[in-house]
Design a binder for this molecule. Sequence first.
Ligand code: SAM
Length: 283
Amino acid sequence: MTERNQGVLYVVATPIGNLEDLSPRARDTLAQVALIAAEDTRHTAKLLSHCGIRTPLVSLHDHNEAERTPGLLEKLSAGASLALVSDAGTPLVSDPGYQLVRAARAAGIRVSPVPGACALIAALSASGLPTDRFVFEGFLPQKSAARRARLVKLAGETRTLVFYESVHRLVESLGDMAQTFGDTRSAVIARELTKLHESLRNGTLRALAAWAKSDSYVGKGEVVMLVAGAASESDGRDADAVLAVLLEELPVKQAAALAAKLTGGKRNALYQRALEITKTQRS
Ligand code: SAM
């Protein structure tokens, strides 16, 4: 239960490109609160100036959130309402704000969302991939070995997979996905959503990896990667892809045992398949 004289912490979504996507309620909230905690105050100052809003700003990013949170809670407890925004889209979705929201709720302060743009939802809604069940994986690890290890764990996932990715790692990530999930798996690259050069490109992982290598525009802008889920938890193609990666590092027996755990497939069948793959690789 919220104390009567406490302020409210509004979690406000801002545009991911097109400024017209700022909702009237978000605009009113940003104009009416006492203070806006922003990931990058210079970035948010541009949005506020576009809207003619003069609310003061304070920075709240990954490196100062722990230290800033107690002071912001004091203000809320004293009756000031605050807004939390990030550089683009919905705060806390691969963006700062988790510590503040958690601490505010723990202190009994009302936290209220002002929803709006979110790149993962925008991309999913227009991708043509199944949307009834999906998993958001955020950013993949930057280093190839760690990235491939994460992808191996996801190879048997039957829900649509959504990733944020830097355009600079797009080619590498698509290559690793093709190798791990099987290069015929369907995927979509959603680029520059709501902006002038918006595009959603679909194809197999192999086709998209080839396109990304050859397209000179790929190194620019922002992208969401979406990958169709595995056809079933023991889908043969995906099991092959998992085995191929594991066999690079492990003996056949261990690779088969681990692949069985990861894909839900039968251990004996995977052992036989691993032997076949090893033979093909040697011939
Ligand atoms: N909080 C944001 C949201 O609600 O979508 C996401 C912040 S995260 C730090 C930034 C990543 O979101 C980018 O690297 C990209 O993967 C994705 N993204 C943000 N804006 C985008 C856009 N306009 N088009 C495609 N992807 C975008």
